[in-house]
Design a binder for this molecule. Structure first.
Ligand SMILES: Cc1cc2nc3c(=O)[nH]c(=O)nc-3n(C[C@H](O)[C@H](O)[C@H](O)COP(=O)(O)O)c2cc1C
Ligand code: SF4
Length: 433
């Protein structure tokens, strides 16, 4: 495997970089200076050419999204999505805790390019340390003249505020985030209109993930061609992958986008724990369909994983060994989604609830012969039928767990039935209730 030069994580482990002076000593804010010498549209074009795919989950090209921001007078906003709620994901927290100015520099460049004078950083409420560190960095950026009435002496005004989040997974969905920021319940809204046209306070708004914005200074510094060379076609740059589960060395790693899932598990993370074998992998956070060991020779970019029937999502890789019960893993996942559904849409509110109910009875040994098809049928009614994609995020993995491990689910149901029969008439009645 070719070694990856470090960009996003180059200041990790260097406490001096938490300060403005330490960040500048390592070459920080040079990209902002460069951007301020360019026309705003040239900066947008450069980010477009760098094929920067949004790191929040959907992989939408950042430059293209920026191009959609409605023109015209009046306030426009940049909202930074630092909610990081996807189970398994550990990347935005470290980016903020270890190198807050990198994200702030990305914010400054984006706002200059987009003609935005107000940005909000919406940070997950439980991230007390990150909130403290980012607030201190914002304060220092004001003191050093990066933010305020004249960004680095350019005459361009930019204000940045930190907003601790409301503690719900759905507040990470961009329109839920904007509702929460407005002081309302964090409930998603139907799209279109997209936030770039009608977002915060009904004004044009760009929502970008922390990692997306942290990449921006490096595109300015390196140029689009060199940045693209670190990735694959249409997936520019390096990427932070976070691996958890049954590998020898879990953790987060900045790697080229062309790393394969097999390399990530076996070369980067040391492979499985002694005596264990790989059973399944979730490649992109809990919302992504599960992959079998025969499917891990796939590149870890947005397009390759989509072709493989899954998704890169937040690049949170969850590795499961041969001791893992897939039935219980799905049950755990469904508990999460049924709890986190905001309840606005019937297919999501009822669907996540019933998927979890049925999963619970399978786990408890009360599964019924038609339960798996019933679950698949519920999933079909959820996908594409709701305001936001939380319903899909629950249904698509459920379909994949059942389709790829159906035998294991059927064994569970049969074992439960046998227990019911052994328990006599009363037990049988319970098993078929
Ligand atoms: C249920 C749900 C939760 C989400 N949570 C997050 C999150 O915690 N952080 C994030 O950046 N994006 C999250 N997203 C994606 C955002 O809606 C949005 O696509 C993203 O912030 C856009 O930024 P990007 O274009 O830079 O990737 C979530 C989406 C859904 C449907
Ligand atoms: S899909 Fe679920 S989480 Fe999203 S808006 Fe509808 S009910 Fe809420």
């Amino acid at each position: 495997m070719e070694p990856t030069p470090k960009y996003l994580t180059r200041n990790f482990g260097n406490p001096a970089a938490l300060t403005y002076d330490g960040y500048v000593a390592g070459g920080g804010y040079a990209a902002l200076k460069k951007a301020l010498g360019m026309a705003p549209q040239a900066v947008i074009d450069l980010v477009k050419a760098g094929n920067l795919r949004g790191r929040g989950g959907a992989g939408f090209p950042a430059g293209v999204k920026w191009g959609f921001l409605a023109k015209g007078d009046g306030p426009k906003y940049l909202c930074v999505n630092a909610d990081e709620g996807e189970p398994g994901t550990v990347k935005d927290g470290p980016l903020m805790e270890q190198d807050p100015h990198q994200m702030l520099e990305g914010i400054a460049i984006a706002c200059y390019a987009l003609g935005i004078h107000q940005s909000y950083i919406y940070i997950r409420g439980e991230f007390h340390k990150a909130i403290r560190i980012v607030e201190a960095a914002v304060e220092e950026a004001y003191a050093k003249g990066v933010f305020g009435p004249s960004m680095s002496g350019s005459g361009f005004a930019l204000d940045v505020a930190v907003h601790p989040g409301a503690g719900a997974y759905i507040c990470g969905e961009e329109t839920g985030l904007l509702s929460s920021l407005e002081g309302k319940k964090g409930m998603p809204k139907l799209k279109p209109p997209f936030p770039a046209v009608k977002g915060l306070y009904d004004r044009p708004t760009i929502v970008n993930n922390v990692e997306t914005l942290a990449c921006v200074p490096h595109i300015l510094n390196l140029g689009a061609e060199a940045w693209n060379a670190l990735g694959t076609e249409k997936n520019g740059g390096t990427k932070l992958y976070n691996v958890c589960g049954h590998v020898l060395r879990p953790g987060y790693h900045e790697l080229r986008h062309d790393v394969t899932l097999r390399q990530l598990i076996y070369d980067v993370c040391g492979g499985m724990k002694p005596g264990r074998t790989l059973k399944a992998v979730v490649p992109g956070g809990s919302s992504s369909p599960i992959l079998l060991p025969s499917e891990i020779d796939v590149r870890m970019d947005f397009d390759s994983l989509a072709k493989a029937g899954s998704m890169l999502g937040s690049a949170a890789v969850i590795v499961m060994d041969d001791r893992t019960s897939i039935v219980r893993a799905l049950d755990n996942l469904l508990h999460f989604y049924s709890h986190e559904s905001c309840g606005q849409c019937t297919p999501c509110r009822e669907g996540t609830h019933w998927l979890y109910e049925i999963s619970q009875r399978i786990v408890d040994g009360r599964g019924r012969p038609g339960d798996l098809d019933r679950m698949l049928d519920i999933c079909t009614n959820m996908v594409g039928n709701t305001i936001c994609v939380l319903a899909d995020a629950a249904a698509l993995p459920t379909q994949s767990y059942i389709q790829k491990f159906r035998g294991e689910f059927e064994d569970y149901i049969r074992a439960g039935e046998r227990r019911g029969l052994l328990g006599g008439i009363e037990g049988k009645a319970v098993a078929h209730a």
